[in-house]
Design a protein around this ligand. Structure first.
Ligand SMILES: [Zn+2]
Length: 67
C-alpha cells in the first residue's frame, strides 16, 4: 500500500484526481509501482490535463494539509 506521502492529488478546481503509485496511470501507460517523482516530465493529469506541478502530496512536505 502506498503511503499518503506517495499519493498526489490534483489541485485544479473540480478535479481532485489522486495519483496512486500502486495503480499507476493506465491512460499514459504508466506501470503500477511508478512513484509520482518518476513520472515523465510531460505527464498530465488523466482527468483534467493539468501538469504535474499542479499536484500536491496528500501528506508530508508540501502537502495540502500543511499550512
Ligand atoms: Zn486534474
Amino acid at each position: 500500500m502506498a503511503q499518503p506521502e506517495d499519493m498526489w492529488q490534483c489541485q485544479m478546481t473540480n478535479c481532485g484526481c489522486i495519483y496512486d503509485p500502486d495503480k499507476g496511470d493506465r491512460k499514459s501507460k504508466t506501470p503500477k509501482g511508478t512513484a509520482f517523482q518518476d513520472l515523465p516530465e510531460d505527464w498530465k493529469c488523466p482527468v483534467c490535463g493539468a501538469g504535474a506541478k499542479h499536484f500536491r502530496p496528500l501528506a508530508g512536505p508540501g502537502s495540502t494539509s500543511e499550512a
